[in-house]
Design a protein around this ligand. Structure first.
Ligand code: BG6
Ligand code: MG
Length: 216
């Protein structure tokens, strides 16, 4: 018998594919600054906070900016990103994501969102699934970046469930590490080679089931 009582979901790359919008906005910023951002470099930005992403980009571009300039650049990138996500529709929910969250709830499990993004409220609202989560913890509520477990521990606390009884769904290496650092189980969304610290890896939530969940 499993003791799993709650499922905590990352947002970008697990519930919706907003990574493409983040990439477009970062690439536009890089281009304005006179360099390019490759797809491989972009991979390293997954799960990473906005300010840390900018730091990495500037490093790759060999550019130095003052803290004030960095704030302004991050705000510029975010304005482009917010404009893009303002057009999102429920069609952009990743295959099987909504169905699996609903299945968890129907099975009596608690559900939470655990995301680094400060835009998660807008995205959930646009794709119409805000009501599917008992707790929503995002970059507005916590400050320590993954692999620090803060975001998931705060979610567990808000759900009133012990960390050991929670399963986290994550597409980022740092996110899987955060779950493990918090004493939780982790299901990786992506490739087993990349997410090798996860207890189970599936290519998407369309490949997840309650049966698989209860084997963890
Ligand atoms: C994470 C994304 O979920 O949120 C990162 O994977 C992003 O790419 C981070 O940088 C912060 O998002 P936002 O929306 O607050 O800039
Ligand atoms: Mg993610």
């Amino acid at each position: 018998m499993s003791i799993i009582k709650a499922c905590i979901f990352d947002l970008d790359g697990v519930i919706v594919d907003t990574a493409v919008y983040h990439y477009k906005a970062w690439k536009r910023l890089a281009n304005e600054l006179g360099f390019d951002l490759t797809v491989d470099e972009n991979e390293k930005l997954k799960g990473v906070s906005r300010m840390r992403s900018l730091e990495l980009m500037l490093q790759w571009g060999g550019i130095t900016k003052t803290p004030e300039e960095q704030e302004a650049l991050a705000a510029k990138k975010n304005a482009w990103y917010v404009e893009m996500i303002s057009h999102m529709t429920p069609d952009e929910i990743l295959p099987g994501a909504k169905e699996f969250v609903i299945a968890c709830r129907e099975a009596g499990l608690k559900t939470a969102l655990g995301s680094a993004s400060k835009n998660s409220g807008t995205i959930l609202d646009k794709v119409g699934i805000t009501g599917l989560f008992d707790a929503i913890i995002d970059g507005n509520k916590v400050s320590k970046p993954k692999p620090d477990p803060e975001v998931f521990l705060v979610a567990a606390e808000e759900l009133n469930i012990a960390p050991a009884d929670c399963v986290v769904f994550e597409d980022a290496i740092a996110g899987v590490e955060a779950a493990k650092n918090g004493g939780m189980k982790a299901v990786g969304i992506g490739s087993p080679e990349v997410l090798n610290e996860a207890d189970l890896v599936v290519s998407g939530l369309d490949k997840m089931s309650l049966e698989k969940l209860y084997t963890l």
